[in-house]
Write a protein that binds this ligand. Structure first.
Ligand code: ATP
Length: 196
């Protein structure tokens, strides 16, 4: 079994996340992608104002009807700051499998701040989605030594969407069409998220 673990804040989840999940599944031949919203990302100074329950519910709407995609509340249930090394350890215990930890190329520059990357490199491979302005050629060379030979690139057409942009558009009452599925937009409106 080959599983892609897709960690993030998903505040809110959007079509860029979905595109990465689909590209990872195809490129790496994964059986399943598990979206894992973080309770708290140790490297993001902004604390999410959106509850874990809302972010998980929106992920479920984002991936509804998509083959081989699931959402997990593991990090939300564990609570506190979410460390990838703990999550991968728990996943390997619950369901031993070949794991890839998926991320956009922008995440590489922060890898050296992650807790216990040596153990992470033993628990999984990295699946890195090429994302402008980063170029495929440079990416693998930028990885910390422990991930040498333990990372795969995921080529995907660039999707210029970020959660920050969606939150700002909502707050300023600007059009948000085409950034995340209508079901997620409806959820945001019904739950009055990102209003200010
Ligand atoms: P924010 O704008 O709040 O920082 P984000 O849109 O980057 O959020 P996260 O939940 O922080 O979303 O991202 C989770 C993962 O998804 C990260 O590894 C990030 O690189 C990746 N990602 C986010 N948006 C895209 C996109 N448009 N294309 C490719 N990868 C993406």
């Amino acid at each position: 079994m080959k599983i892609g673990v897709f960690g993030g804040t998903f505040d809110p989840p959007h079509l860029g996340h979905l595109a990465l999940g689909k590209a990872a599944r195809e490129t790496l031949g994964l059986d399943e992608i598990v979206f894992l919203p973080a309770a708290r990302n140790p490297l993001k100074s902004r604390r999410t104002g959106t509850s874990g329950a809302d972010r998980l519910a929106m992920i479920r709407l984002l991936i509804r009807g998509q083959e081989g995609m699931a959402a997990s509340d593991m990090e939300l249930t564990r609570g506190g700051v979410s460390y990838t090394v703990d999550t991968l350890g728990e996943l390997q215990m619950v369901q031993p499998a070949e794991y890839w930890f998926l991320m956009g190329a922008d995440g590489i520059s922060q890898l050296d701040q992650w807790r216990n990357t040596v153990r992470i490199a033993k628990l999984c491979r990295l699946g890195i989605a090429v994302r402008p302005p980063y170029e495929s050629e440079d990416l693998l060379a930028k990885l910390p030594a422990e991930f040498e030979g333990k990372a795969d690139l995921i080529e995907m057409p660039p999707v210029e969407i970020s959660s920050t942009d969606i939150r700002e558009k909502f707050a300023r009452r600007k059009p948000v069409h085409g950034l995340t599925p209508p079901e997620v937009l409806r959820y945001i409106e019904e739950h009055r998220l990102y209003q200010d």
